[in-house]
Ligand binder design. Sequence first.
Ligand SMILES: [Zn+2]
Ligand SMILES: [Zn+2]
Ligand SMILES: [Zn+2]
Length: 136
Amino acid sequence: MDITHGLASSYSYHKCRCKECRKANAKNSYIHRRLRAKKLAADPTLAPHGRASTYRNWGCRCKECRKAHSRWVASMIRHLTKRMAADPTLAPHGRASTYRNWGCRCEPCSTAHSDKCAAYYAASKLRSSTFVGSRP
Ligand SMILES: [Zn+2]
Ligand SMILES: [Zn+2]
Ligand SMILES: [Zn+2]
């Protein structure tokens, strides 16, 4: 069967996971979330608030949903940290992403994380100073 790639429908109906279709699907769901967020802003009763799923699926950023979302993230990290403690081979070490996503605090991960932070701060400092400098 011939399918057209680069379409969100190819992703959802034909289960194609090629790069083009994945990209189209991501863009599509982003647009949908934006639309839903707009609808929800107009009528906040459309979704229950104080839920991580409302934050994720509706793009709601109200105080309650933000709180629920960060609670969810924290519990995810706790869960992953536990799994990681039981089996340290689950993720590659010496990476800032492992530090962040898995809550790993081993030495290589901590070092990678602080290196990345330092680079990030240096870059943002540079950006803000250019910004300030370009203003009269
Ligand atoms: Zn495809
Ligand atoms: Zn909300
Ligand atoms: Zn680690």
